[in-house]
Structure formats: structure tokens, C-alpha cells
Design a protein around this ligand. Structure first.
Ligand code: PEP
Ligand code: MN
Length: 338
């Protein structure tokens, strides 16, 4: 971080600022130019909020020369992180192939879908129990009962289970029953939840990107979880809101190389919530694997017309099966293990 002082700054201003910065455990290096003086901060500047320096009347502006996140940063951890989800590896060449219905609706439904996606090559089962719905009148999920139905499907198929946590009060239950804890788009910036998830959840976390979040905001959300004690974070791009209304959201495929450049965490793609249309899922999933993502989260329903949530974007099991055939071929070309 570099602090550029105003031309009017005096010797005592420089002394005040350097002592303020050094009290926070950093070293300083002062460059006195003909017109302007610059203070360079040396050390871990992630703990510094540039605004607290910028308010000083002797300061013109503050510039970051490194990212504000440390634990997620690839600079400090050059190799890819591989995360173990109930025995399934994700990252570093291993693909997490997550599939299942938007919502768990009944025992028969979740077991039927679980068996079919497993037969097609999925290695993790998804299914919403607590649903973040835009309308309070829409189906809100089966809640705790759904966790037990997911466990029944796990017992039948051996697939680890992934479902969304919305409230901290359910953390003990999720620690006991869930293999991969999803933090949804709408909660990506729920910082009190992120802190508790970091401190109290022992399982890996799937952190979805906020509807209109920048890469830095999304990585900082991962940093919250990591800084609070849980290093096992997988990022999930699920489409962002743009001016386009034809599709539900716009899939940001660029997120794959960008996240891989900036962080060492795995990134998976959810093409279902991105496009919001079942026929967009397959092309976007294939493009994402070709672009180097570490896995896919895809909504599959045995009867999409009757689905209680997200039917229009859900693949039928036969369509998922044929997509997975293509995914396996693409994965082989790019040296990924599926
Ligand atoms: C979901 O996965 O069912 C979901 C609600 O996702 P998102 O948070 O991406 O909307
Ligand atoms: Mn959904």
C-alpha cells in the first residue's frame, strides 16, 4: 500500500502518519520527492483499511498495490487447493459433479433423482431443504425433514450431500448431516453468517457469488470464512445480474480464469441458475469445463413440469445423462479427472 501525501504535508505530518502505521505492526519506507512525499507500507496490509489513512488531512490518496485478501490469495499459496467433500476431491484436476433437484420434495423424488444422477456420473447429490425464495408465497422447502431425506438418498447411493444453510441456528444440524454446506447468492454478504460458518462449520463450504458482486467482494466473502477458521471453501459462479432480461442471469465464464489467477480455491459453475432455462444448461456446462472450472452444479428433476421450484431450468435425467457423456470427453481432453 502506498500513501501519497499532499504537497502541503509537513515533517510532523509524516512522523504522525508513520507512527500511526507502525503501531499496527507494519514497517514504512519514505520517499521524499521534489513535489510530493510518498509513504510505502511494508508487511501484511490486509489489516489496514485505506480509508482510515485517507481521512488524515495531510494525505492526498492511498493506493493498494496488493489485494486485500491473504488466505485466499494465490500469491501466498501457489498450488491449487484440493477440497475433500465426504471422500470426493474437488480442485487440482478433480471435478466435483454435483447434481440433483432444486428442492427436496419427497423421499421417492430425491432417491429416484439420486440414483439416476449417480448412474450418469455425478459424485455429489444436491437438494434444497431451506429455500431462499423471492416470494414469501412460494414453496419454502421441507426444512429439517429434507435433510433426513437427503441422508436416505445418501444411504442408497453413497453420494455425499450438498444443501444450503440460511440460518446460523441450523449449524449444529448441518455439521451432523451435511457434507458440503452451500451459502447461497443472497447470503454472500451476510457477514455475521459468514463469520459463524467459518468458526463453527467443520465441513467444506460452497460459496455462491452474489447477484451483483465483484470478484473482489466474492473473494473477500471467502476470506471471511477462511479468516474465521474454515479453510475449505469452494467458489461457485451461478450467473450475475446484467441488463439482459431474456435469461434469468448471465453466466460469467470469465470468472473461471480470473478466480484461478487470483486465488488457489476451486471454482465450480452452476449453469442452471445462470440461464434459468434447461436448454442453456448443457452448452454452458460444456463451455465451463473447457474453460477450466473444477466442477458443475446442475439441477436435475424427474418431472420438471411439476417441480415445486426451478422446473424450467431443470434437466430431465436422460438429458443429464447425455450431457455427462460429453463432459467426460471434454474432461479427458483437458486432463481432468471426472
Ligand atoms: C440453489 O442452489 O438452489 C439456489 C437457490 O442458488 P442461488 O443461491 O445461486 O440462487
Ligand atoms: Mn434452484
Amino acid at each position: 500500500m502506498i500513501v501519497v501525501l499532499k504537497q502541503t504535508a509537513k515533517k510532523e505530518d509524516i512522523e504522525r502518519l508513520t507512527s500511526q502505521i507502525e503501531k499496527q505492526g507494519l514497517k514504512t519506507s519514505i520517499v521524499i520527492g521534489t513535489d510530493q512525499t510518498i509513504i510505502g507500507l511494508i508487511g501484511d496490509t490486509t489489516i489496514i483499511d485505506p480509508k482510515t489513512i485517507e481521512v488524515d488531512e495531510a494525505v492526498d490518496h492511498v493506493m493498494r498495490v496488493s489485494e486485500p485478501y491473504k488466505l485466499a490469495n494465490r500469491v501466498f499459496h501457489p498450488e491449487d487447493t484440493i477440497i475433500n467433500v465426504g471422500g470426493v476431491k474437488i480442485g487440482g484436476g478433480y471435478l466435483g459433479l454435483i447434481a440433483g433437484p432444486c428442492s427436496v420434495e419427497s423421499k421417492e423424488q430425491i432417491i429416484e433423482v439420486a440414483k439416476s444422477v449417480k448412474a450418469s456420473g455425478a459424485n455429489i447429490l444436491r437438494g434444497g431443504a431451506f429455500k431462499p425464495r423471492t416470494s414469501p408465497y412460494s414453496f419454502q422447502g421441507m426444512g429439517e425433514t429434507a435433510l433426513d431425506l437427503l441422508l436416505a438418498a445418501k444411504a442408497e447411493t453413497g453420494l455425499p450431500i450438498c444443501t444450503e444453510l440460511m440460518d446460523a441456528e441450523y449449524i449444529p444440524l448441518f455439521n451432523e448431516k451435511v457434507d458440503l454446506v452451500q451459502i447461497g447468492t443472497r447470503n454472500m454478504q451476510n457477514y455475521s453468517l459468514l463469520k459463524k460458518v467459518g468458526q463453527e462449520i467443520k465441513k467444506p463450504i460452497l460459496l455462491k457469488r452474489g447477484l451483483a458482486s465483484t470478484y473482489e467482494e466474492w473473494i473477500m466473502a471467502a476470506e471471511y470464512i477462511m479468516a474465521n477458521g474454515n479453510p475449505n471453501v469452494i467458489l461457485c459462479e451461478r450467473g450475475i445480474r446484467t441488463y439482459e432480461t431474456y435469461t434469468r442471469n448471465t453466466l460469467d465464464i470469465q470468472a473461471i480464469p480470473v478466480i484461478k489467477k487470483l486465488t488457489h480455491l476451486p471454482i465450480i459453475i452452476d449453469p442452471s441458475h445462470a440461464g434459468g432455462k434447461w436448454w442453456l444448461v448443457s452448452p454452458m456446462a460444456k463451455a465451463s469445463i473447457a474453460a477450466g472450472c473444477d466442477g458443475l452444479m446442475i439441477e436435475v428433476h424427474n418431472d420438471p413440469e411439476k417441480a415445486l421450484s426451478d422446473g424450467p431450468q431443470s434437466l430431465r435425467p436422460d438429458k443429464y445423462a447425455s450431457l455427462m457423456q460429453d463432459i467426460k470427453k471434454i474432461a479427458t481432453i483437458f486432463g481432468k479427472k471426472s
